[in-house]
Structures are given as C-alpha cells and as structure tokens.
Ligand binder design. Structure first.
Ligand code: PSV
Ligand code: MN
Length: 388
C-alpha cells in the first residue's frame, strides 16, 4: 500500500504548475549569457519545449507568456499551436523594464505621457489575453530610485494607484490582475512595490479581481515566506506564486533546489489555508536556466514542487492540531518534521506508472532524444534570449 493516501493522490492528480516561456530561452547574468544548442527561436518553439514537460509529468498544462518577448502576429494561431501540443496559454506578463522611456518609471513616472504609454502596454496585454484565452495579467514593476531625495515616494505611490485603476477597469469579468512585489533591483534605494504589504494595499484598493503575486525569490534573506503565504490566503488575496530558489537575491534557480524545507513549509501553509488546487491561487514557475539544460531543468522543477506537496500532504493535521492545542512543542515539531523527512519518491514513481506516466520523468525525457533532435533541427535563426 502506498504511503500516500487516496485523498492525497487525488490532490496530487489535480496539481497544475504553469511554466514560464522565458525559461526555454537563453538567459544568464550581466556577465555572460551562454547559448544552448536547440534553444527556441520563437514563441512557437518555446511552447513545443514546454509541452515536453507536460508530456513527461502531466504537471504543467499551461505556459505563461511575456510581452513583448512573445509577441506574434496572430495569437489565435499561437493558441491553436499550444493546444495541438497538449497545453494552453496561461498568464500574460507585462514588461515595462526594457524601454528607454521607462528609465525613471513607467506606471509611476512623473510624465503623464510615459504613464500613458505604460498603461497602453497593459491594455494591449489584456487584448492579447482575450485572444489567448488567458485569465491573469501579471504585473511586475522595475520602478524605484537609487538615491535618497531622487524621487517623491508618496507621489509615485499615488500615481501607481491611478495607473493601476485604469488597467483594472479594462479587465474582463473573468480576468484578473496580479501584482508582484520585489524588495530591490533594478532600483536600489527604494522600490515602488517592495513588499507584500504594498502590493496588498494597492490591489485591495482596486477590487476583487486584483490579487498579490508572491515570487519566492523576492524577499530579504531570512524572511519567513510561509507566514506571508498564510496571511495572504487568510486575506483572500494570494493570486499566484512565481516559484524559484535563491541563495542570495533574485537568483531564479530551480524551485526547491536551494532550500527544499522552505518549499515544504510554504506548501504546508498553502494546504492549511485552502490554496492547493484552488483556482484562485496559480502555481507558476519564474526561473532561468543559465547553465543547465532548460527542458529537464523545468521537469526537475515541477517534480520538486510535486514532491514537496506530497510530503506536506503527509502531515497529520489532526495530530498536529492536538499537539499545538496541548502545548506539546516537541511533538508538534516531530509530526511536522516526520512528514518532511519522508522520502515520497518511490511512492510517486509507482503512482506515475499506474497512470501511464514514466516512473522517472527525468530519465524518460533523457532517453527520448528530444534535446539532440532540437539541436539538429533548429539550425540558423536567432535564439530567443532574455529580452528577445
Ligand atoms: C522580476 O525579477 C521577475 O520576477 C518578474 O516576474 C519578471 O516578469 C520576471 O522576473 C522576468 O524574468
Ligand atoms: Mn517573478
């Protein structure tokens, strides 16, 4: 008998993790971007690669787009292409961080003409969402200042609200806006949406269709991220996750790679707060594979999320609650840690096979020869990269 209960397996079967199209393009640091043979040249090839992750894991049915990186002439054609490959198009990410006009801000800029341009970009993203069938518009703003006195902090917050209001007003009934926060970078003195509180205040002022996006890489070292998860779920405002791992700052490494225990603690709070397999909470990856192969990097990522979800589902909730109520600190901690230390990999492998999936998706993908095939096929053209 499996160590995973029927109920837990039912939850795991429903799990869906959205992949970022940009994870399949080349990326790097400000020092060097290393190219990989077979890297997609356009959004169609990125989606074909993303579909491989779903094919081998049944965990990643949707792919997020980033505009303008994933601009195409006809989004209906891109949508059909995704569906032909067994996936659908997901969140549309706006981009106001790569244009000279945005040097001093976009939605917060002092100049109304620049704000108008940035708002119009978001309205274009909403039009694209209608064509792709996407529900969520994800906004991350690279806005802030580098020097004390450089900017009017209060004025920028007010302008941000006004700009977001105009974007929010354009959302369709079924569409949502998720506002991502990040404590620093590219601005270093202040950031206009630095933390979950600011994001919460801004989205709460907009309405029910606006939620917070929590990127696990966007916190100061030592931050108790699971506490934020708990609070946002409690407030009904956790709209989505951007999962990744960090050792230092926004490292965008494979989720669960740097600190699997943190991922376990986060997912435990997701389950505790009713956020697992809840359509209100989108599970997305936001990663860049600078030195490892991209498709298996994404397969590893979704498997890490699945594995920590399985472990978190092992926590005996009623025994834990009883230990907490009686003040039995060590027993409560034992129950929690027992689940974390349980190796669920054999049980997951067996369960995958029972569903017609490979027991070991990493090995099955490696054996498929896909990477060699795309390296041979995708000759010529310009490889997609961060910013292209
Ligand atoms: C910013 O660091 C961020 O996390 C946002 O989600 C962007 O859209 C994404 O990274 C770009 O890689
Ligand atoms: Mn992100």
């Amino acid at each position: 008998m499996s160590i995973l209960s029927t109920e837990a397996l039912g939850q795991l079967e429903q799990q869906a993790i959205e992949l970022p199209s940009w994870a399949f393009g080349n990326s790097g640091t400000r020092f060097k971007v290393f190219a990989t043979p077979g890297t997609p040249r356009d959004p169609f090839e990125k989606i074909a690669d993303a579909a491989q992750v779903h094919k081998f894991t049944a965990l990643a049915p949707t792919v997020a787009l980033h505009i303008p990186w994933d601009k195409v002439d006809d989004y209906g054609v891109l949508r059909a292409h995704a569906e032909d490959h067994g996936v659908t198009l997901g969140t549309v990410n706006s981009n106001t961080f790569q244009d000279d006009d945005y040097k001093f801000g976009a939605l917060t800029h002092e100049d109304a003409a620049v704000r108008r341009k940035a708002i119009d970009h978001h309205l274009e993203c909403i039009d694209i969402m209608h064509a792709t069938g996407s529900r969520d518009l994800k906004i991350w703003l690279a806005e802030g200042s580098n020097y004390p006195g450089q900017a009017d902090l209060r004025g920028r917050q007010d302008r941000l609200h006004e700009s977001l209001q105009q974007i929010y007003a354009r959302l369709g009934d079924e569409q949502r806006l998720v506002l991502e926060y990040k404590f620093f970078e590219p601005a270093f003195y202040h950031t206009d949406v630095p933390d979950w509180g600011t994001s919460y205040v801004q989205v709460a002022a907009l309405g029910d269709k606006a939620m917070v996006c929590l990127d696990t890489g966007h916190h100061a070292p030592g931050t108790n991220i699971e506490f934020i998860v708990m609070q946002l779920l409690r407030l009904g405002k956790l709209g989505s996750f951007d999962f990744n791992s960090r050792f230092y700052a926004d490292d965008d490494l494979i989720v669960g790679a740097a600190d699997p225990f943190q991922l376990f603690r986060i997912i435990f709070e997701v389950i505790r707060g009713g956020g697992l397999n809840n359509p209100d909470v989108a599970f997305m990856l936001d990663q860049c594979h600078n030195v490892e192969d991209k498709v298996p990097g994404q397969i590893r990522s979704v498997l890490n999320v699945q594995e920590m979800t399985a472990r978190a589902l092992l926590v005996d909730g009623s025994a834990l609650a009883a230990a907490q109520r009686s003040g039995d600190v060590l027993e409560a901690n034992r129950i929690f840690m027992d689940a974390f230390y349980t190796d669920v990999r054999p049980a997951l492998a067996e369960w995958r096979e029972s569903r017609g999936l490979p027991a070991d998706p990493m090995a099955a993908f490696a054996a498929s020869g896909y990477l060699a095939k795309i390296a041979a096929d995708r000759v010529g053209g310009v490889q997609a990269g961060w910013g292209a």
